[in-house]
Design a protein around this ligand. Structure first.
Ligand code: TRP
Ligand code: ZN
Length: 474
C-alpha cells in the first residue's frame, strides 16, 4: 500500500536511465536560441523555456482550445488527424512553432488562409501569410497523418501513442502529446479540448471529459469527447481498444465512464467499484472534485509499466490495485487541476499523490503515515531514496524516481506534523481552491503553508525538498 509502484515497475524495470539523452536536446536548443535574435520579437520561440525539456512547448502564443478529429485503424496502425487550435498571440508573430513528431503534415492554415510550414524534428514551424498582432485571436488548422510512434523518455520509459494488440494505449507524460497531435506541449499552456475519434465498429475510443456523442455508420464508430476544464497536453488521451463500458452518475453528480479490457474485467471490478468512495474521501481531504467527469481506462499494455492520471479518467496499463487508484485519483487535484509550471516541480504531483496513498492507508485500517515515514527514514544514507532532493531532481531523467515520490511524501508528512492536522488540511484545501484549473509552484506552496500556519517553514522545506542527501534528523 505504501510503496508506490511507478518507480519500481514504471521506472526501474523498463530500461537503464539514460544519461546520454539529455545532451542532444540541450545542444539543439542552443542552436535554436542562437537563431533567435536575428528577427527578435516576432518569432515565437521553439521551446517554453523549461530546462528539462528545452523544445517542449513554444513561445509567443497561448492556446485556448484544441479541436482534434482523429481516425485510427488498429490493423494498419494508421492515424489520420486534423487539429484546429484556437489561440491568442502573446506578441507580434511572423512565425511560430507547434510540437509534433513523426507524423506527416499535409496542410496548415492560419485563419483559413494557407500558411507555409517546415517540419523539423519535433518542431512544426508555421509562417502565416499575414503576421499576427500581439493579442490577436487566431485559428490554426493542421492536417496530418501517419503511423504514430511513442517517444522514449530520458529515463527509458515509453510515452505517447503506444500501440497495443487491440488498439493503442495513449499516455503522454511528459512529452508524448506531440506523437499524436500538434500542440503547445508544455504544462504551462492549458486549454479546453474537443476530441473526436473514429475507430472500426466494435472498438471503443476513450478520451477525457464527457462523451457528447457516439455514432456508428458504415462499419465505423465515432466518439466525441469534451474536456471543458483546462487541461495540459500531457494529460490528454485517446485510448483505443476492445472495452467493456460501464456508465453511471455519482451522488455528487459526476459522470463516470469506465472502459475495461474484458480480459481484465474480473481482476479490476472490485477496485473500480471503489472509485466513487475514493473520490468522495479525497473530496473531503482536498476540496471538491475538480471535474464534471470521472472514470477509468483499464487496458492491457504490457510494455508500458505505469499508469497515468489522464485528466478526469486515468489510464491503467493493467488491472489497478486500490493504492494505485487512490494515487491516480489524487492527481486529479494535484497535477491535473493544479498543474506544474515547470517539470522541476514534479514533486507537487508525485509527492502529493503518494502522500494521498499514505493517508488512505492510515484512515482505512492500514499503516499510519508516521509508520510509513519511519520505515523510509530508516533507509541508509546510501539508499536511492536520498539520491537527490524531490524539488530539484536535476534533469528530465529523474522525474519519476523514488526521491520525487517518497521523499516528496515525507516532506508533506513533515509539514503536517509541524503545523498540525487542522492547518495542514486547510493548506491543501486552499491550495486546490486557489489554483483550481490553473498552476502552482513550489515557492507558492511554501508561501501558502507559512501564511496559513503562521510559521517560518523555510528550513523544513529546504531540508526536505531542496537539500541533497539524507536529512540528519527525522
Ligand atoms: N505520473 C504517473 C503516476 O505516477 C507516472 C508516469 C507518467 C510514468 N509517465 C511515466 C512513470 C513514464 C513511468 C514512466 O501516476
Ligand atoms: Zn503519480
Amino acid at each position: 500500500m505504501t510503496t508506490p509502484r511507478r518507480q519500481t515497475v514504471g521506472r526501474t524495470t523498463v530500461l537503464p536511465r539514460g544519461a546520454v539523452a539529455a545532451a542532444v536536446p540541450v545542444a539543439l536548443a542552443a542552436l535554436f536560441a542562437a537563431a533567435g535574435p536575428a528577427a527578435a520579437g516576432t518569432i515565437g520561440s521553439s521551446g517554453a523555456g523549461d530546462p528539462y525539456f528545452p523544445l517542449a512547448g513554444n513561445g509567443g502564443y497561448d492556446v485556448r482550445h484544441y479541436d482534434l478529429t482523429l481516425g485510427y485503424d488498429p490493423g494498419s496502425r494508421h492515424l489520420d488527424g486534423r487539429a484546429v487550435l484556437r489561440a491568442r498571440a502573446a506578441q507580434r508573430l511572423t512565425r511560430f512553432d507547434l510540437d509534433l513528431k513523426g507524423l506527416k503534415v499535409t496542410g496548415v492554415t492560419v485563419d483559413h488562409i494557407k500558411a507555409s510550414f517546415r517540419h523539423q524534428g519535433q518542431e512544426l514551424v508555421i509562417t502565416p501569410r499575414h503576421a499576427l498582432r500581439s493579442g490577436q485571436d487566431f485559428r490554426v488548422a493542421v492536417d496530418y497523418q501517419g503511423t504514430p510512434k511513442p517517444v522514449t523518455d530520458p529515463d527509458g520509459a515509453l510515452d505517447g501513442w503506444i500501440p497495443t494488440d487491440d488498439g493503442a494505449f495513449v499516455a503522454s507524460e511528459p512529452q508524448g502529446a506531440m506523437t499524436w497531435f500538434p500542440a503547445n506541449s508544455h504544462p504551462k499552456d492549458k486549454a479546453s479540448y474537443d476530441i473526436t475519434i473514429t475507430v472500426p465498429q466494435g472498438r471503443t475510443a476513450v478520451s477525457n471529459g464527457v462523451l457528447v456523442d457516439q455514432r456508428t455508420a458504415h462499419g465505423r464508430t465515432t466518439f466525441h469527447w469534451r474536456q471543458s476544464e483546462p487541461m495540459a497536453a500531457y494529460l490528454a488521451t485517446a485510448t483505443v481498444g476492445t472495452f467493456k463500458v460501464e456508465r453511471y452518475t455519482t451522488r455528487d453528480g459526476v459522470d463516470v465512464y469506465n472502459a475495461v479490457d474484458p480480459r481484465l474485467a474480473s481482476a479490476s471490478a472490485p477496485v473500480l467499484k471503489q472509485l466513487p468512495s475514493v473520490l468522495a474521501w479525497e473530496s473531503k481531504l482536498f476540496g471538491p472534485y475538480p471535474f464534471r467527469a470521472a472514470g477509468a481506462i483499464v487496458d492491457r499494455a504490457p510494455n508500458v509499466g505505469y499508469a497515468l492520471e489522464t485528466q478526469s479518467r486515468p489510464v491503467y496499463d493493467r488491472a489497478p490495485r486500490l493504492s494505485i487508484l487512490v494515487h491516480e485519483s489524487a492527481h486529479q487535484w494535484f497535477g491535473d487541476s493544479v498543474t506544474l509550471t515547470r517539470w522541476q516541480d514534479i514533486w507537487l504531483n508525485e509527492g502529493f499523490a503518494t502522500y494521498a496513498e499514505w493517508l488512505y492507508a492510515e484512515q482505512h485500517g492500514g499503516k499510519t503515515s508516521q509508520q510509513a515515514f519511519d520505515a523510509f527514514y530508516a533507509r541508509p544514507a546510501s539508499d536511492g531514496l536520498w539520491a537527490y532532493p524531490p524539488a530539484d531532481p536535476g534533469s528530465g531523467a529523474r522525474l519519476f524516481g523514488t526521491p520525487v515520490y517518497v521523499r516528496g511524501a515525507m516532506a508533506l508528512h513533515k509539514l503536517r506534523t509541524a503545523v498540525g492536522d487542522a492547518a495542514f488540511f486547510r493548506i491543501l484545501h486552499t491550495w486546490t481552491a486557489d489554483h483550481r484549473g490553473g498552476h502552482g509552484t513550489t515557492a507558492r506552496f511554501v508561501q501558502l503553508s507559512e501564511r496559513l500556519s503562521g510559521r517560518d517553514l523555510g528550513a523544513l522545506f529546504r531540508t526536505w525538498t531542496a537539500t541533497a542527501g539524507k536529512p540528519s534528523a527525522p
